[in-house]
Ligand binder design. Structure first.
Ligand SMILES: [Zn+2]
Length: 203
């Protein structure tokens, strides 16, 4: 369940010089500007506009923005323009940006690693293979002879990429003791076409 909502935080206050429209007391009205912000799982995500309220220190009357008389509205507008959304109300967006950049770097590193490893296969390399739509398995490199790579297929298949982890956890037991040849050139094409998804190598 995603908990999404909005909250408000106080960003500016001012004592108005005007009389209270209710009790007529001078300089008793306190104006406050609030910043609304969206949050998700209680992490502030982004600011969403401001609102305001006044309170009279004498008669305790509270007015919300839509109830302001014209001169209150002007003071509110000035104070609102002078106050910025606190930086922390953007925390969620900031985190998201960090995750995206970090994810991009990780993905680039993985691509570079795979591109290097596919050209120089080693005994024991495990290839994640996409056989078809929702059909995945593993190949393990048994031997490399010149440009030919002999791989052992796994006897199991899974309908989710996540399922490959469980297959890897089974270790060598899952691999069939039969080897079939693939050319290095073909492996490179499989990687580029997305048929070969990832490579594991014990380092
Ligand atoms: Zn008052």
């Amino acid at each position: 369940m995603i908990i999404f909502g909005s909250k408000a935080t106080l960003v500016a206050t001012e004592n108005l010089l005007d009389k209270c429209p209710n009790c007529g007391t001078e300089r008793s009205v306190h104006l406050a500007v609030f910043q609304n912000y969206a949050h998700i799982f209680f992490i502030p995500l982004f600011p969403m506009g401001k609102t305001g309220a006044t309170e009279c220190a004498h008669c305790k009357q509270v007015l919300r923005k839509k109830e302001f008389p014209d001169h209150f509205r002007r003071s509110y507008s000035n104070l609102k323009s002078a106050s910025k959304a606190p930086l922390w109300t953007f925390s969620g967006l900031g985190l998201l940006a960090i995750f995206i950049v970090f994810g991009g770097i990780m993905s680039k590193q993985k691509d570079d690693k795979n591109a290097a490893w596919i050209l120089a296969p080693q005994e024991g390399d495990v290839y994640e293979i996409k056989l078809d739509y929702k059909q995945y398995t593993l190949y393990k490199v048994h031997e490399v002879v010149g440009d030919t790579v002999f791989v052992m297929p796994n006897e199991y298949e899974t309908d989710k990429i996540k399922g490959l982890r469980a297959m890897k956890n089974k270790g060598d037991a899952g691999f069939v003791q039969e080897f079939f040849p693939l050319l290095k050139e073909d492996l490179k094409i499989m990687l580029e076409s997305g048929e070969l998804l990832d490579i594991d190598r014990k380092e």
